[in-house]
Design a protein around this ligand. Structure first.
Ligand code: HEC
Length: 500
């Protein structure tokens, strides 16, 4: 396609300018470590239509018609975006939206949206992103003629674009360079932050009675707050967990598929283990001996001997596991099956899956926590709901509508509240676990995901992925009392002593 090639050959000025230095170390790490990226051959079920139905339709709707004011339409819109000229041109812009997400105000057909679409890079493989884009442009709307000059995206093209470490706000800035759309994409300065700027009504030290360890995915760091100490060497730092004695951290490398064992006092890396193409949730058993790490593409939970720093076993659990939680005695672990609409149960003595409890009505169980009496699992899904699973009755006894997109969930120590984030939104939902009702939607900033309370339940820490901050909510007032820079890009998860 001469047209496309000529444009592609032009220096992508904006994109070069905003590439971050971390990119180099990232590439080096991938090359040296031979770490598996997600380019591997895809099973046939991953065609564009199925991927769209599974990952996009919940927000953009099955036919791509969108929800005015909340989720922009694709039908009648993406073809125009694709054909837009500018720097970058539409073709590359669309790929970047999928790879890195989009954060900031936009206008489509005269309707304003000011949302936050999470990045799909890593969650979907390069081949899957290419397939879903091709479907968007040629299959979603049967009446649609493919845009002029269309040629299918390839996994290689997506992989090359994916080497830049951009944020959703960076992509929003790129949208302003699209001819025909830029004017309708206001500068992000006018809405940047979204969170209270002067919320520091509490001395920093008081908000952190014990350290909080934050995993910074796009910086490959773990930072410790309130001191701000940063430890490198953990590419893709995604989920993290702290041992009960506070001496060891287990960290998952999202895009590397590696799991890192770290000394929680010195930051020294004591082991790096490969568990799959992508690594998600990690947890440490109450006795501190074993760690669990989830590899969704492989359908397994890896059991790690933390003392020896060795992989003990990969336990098959079911379709697309995401995160795990231990019972208080450590005899069992519950695992969300985001692709299987169920919770898998692992017997920790036998290191085998012994049960599977379906969660009908909650199709995409994502994160979870256990009530203090061990009777109920609080489950956060991928889209904007929380379900309460009664383990004796093996039934969902309640569901709540919460913020859009996926997020963490925490049964706040003391048991009164359960709190959950919402990465495609700006709120933390607080549920009163006795009254079984939502008591607050706390505005925290763009893209809140990780949620963990301090050991005494007084402060709730929230990682704000698109603002690169950590919000602190006082659970007595349910108000934000601190907004702390997280020390790097894309803070995803938080580990705190006493609240695994
Ligand atoms: C959790 C809800 C959610 C899901 C799931 C989701 N999106 Fe989005 N998407 C949004 C929101 C919100 C925006 C607008 C963001 C903004 O206002 O900055 C958006 C924007 C976009 C845009 C940019 C439109 C423009 O005019 O620039 C594209 C393209 C897109 N999404 C494609 C997809 C595809 C493909 C998938 C599935 C892989 C998907 N989205 C899944 C919420 C979602």
């Amino acid at each position: 396609m001469p047209n496309g090639m000529a444009r592609g050959a032009r220096a992508p000025r904006h994109e070069v300018m905003i590439m971050k230095p971390v990119l180099l170390s990232w590439i080096t790490a991938c090359l040296l470590g031979g770490a598996g990226t997600a380019i591997a051959a895809e099973p046939p079920k991953d065609d564009g239509a199925r991927l769209y139905a599974r990952h996009c339709a919940a927000c953009h709707q099955a036919g791509g018609e969108g929800v005015p004011g909340r989720f922009p339409p694709h039908r009648g819109h993406v073809g125009e975006l694709y054909a837009a000229e500018g720097d970058p041109e539409g073709r590359r812009y669309l790929a970047r939206v999928l790879l890195h997400g989009l954060t900031g105000p936009i206008q489509v057909d005269g309707v304003r949206y000011d949302g936050n679409m999470p990045a799909w890079g890593g969650a979907l493989s390069d081949a899957q992103i290419a397939a879903v884009l091709n479907y968007l442009l040629t299959g979603l709307d049967p009446a649609q003629v493919p845009p002029r000059g269309f040629h299918p995206y390839t996994a290689e093209e997506i992989a090359a674009l994916g080497e830049a470490e951009l944020s959703g706000r960076d992509v929003h800035a790129l949208r302003r360079g699209l001819v025909g759309f830029g004017e309708a994409t206001p500068g992000f300065a006018e809405t940047a932050g979204g969170a209270p700027d002067e919320a520091s009504v509490l001395p920093r030290q008081a908000a952190f009675p014990t350290p909080a360890y934050v995993a910074l995915q796009n910086s490959g760091l773990v930072t410790s707050l309130p001191s701000g100490t940063a430890w490198p060497g953990v590419p893709g730092a995604h989920y993290n967990a702290l041992s009960p004695d506070g001496t060891q951290l287990l960290v998952s490398g999202f895009k590397t598929g590696d799991v890192y064992v770290m000394d929680a006092r010195s930051g020294e890396l004591t082991a790096t283990l490969s568990i799959g193409a992508v690594a998600q949730g990690v947890k440490i058993a109450p006795d501190g001996r074993h760690g669990l790490a989830v590899a969704p593409g492989q359908g397994i939970v890896a059991v790690i001997d933390l003392g020896a720093g060795e992989l003990v076993k990969k336990v098959p659990v079911g379709e697309e596991p995401h995160n795990a939680v231990f019972t208080a005695d450590g005899s069992r672990a519950y695992v969300t099956l985001q692709g299987g609409g169920a919770i898998a149960v692992i017997d920790m003595a036998r290191l085998e899956k012994v049960d599977e409890i379906p969660t009908p009505g909650l199709d995409t169980p994502h994160n979870l926590d256990l009530s203090e009496d061990g009777q109920r699992l609080w489950i956060r899904d991928f889209l904007g709901r929380v379900g309460v699973l009664d383990l004796k009755r093996r039934a969902l006894v309640e569901t709540f509508a919460v913020g859009n997109g996926h997020g963490g969930i925490d049964v706040v120590p003391g048991g009164r509240y359960v709190a959950t984030g919402a990465i495609a939104d700006s709120t933390v939902t607080v549920i009163d676990a006795q009254r079984m009702e939502v008591v607050a939607e706390v505005e925290v900033g763009s893209g809140p995901h990780g949620v963990r309370a301090s050991r005494d339940g007084r402060y709730l820490y929230v990682s704000i992925t698109a603002d690169d901050t950590l919000a602190v909510i006082d659970t007595e007032t349910l108000e934000v009392v601190q907004q702390v820079p997280a020390g790097g890009a894309f803070p995803f998860w938080i580990a705190v002593p006493g609240n695994p």
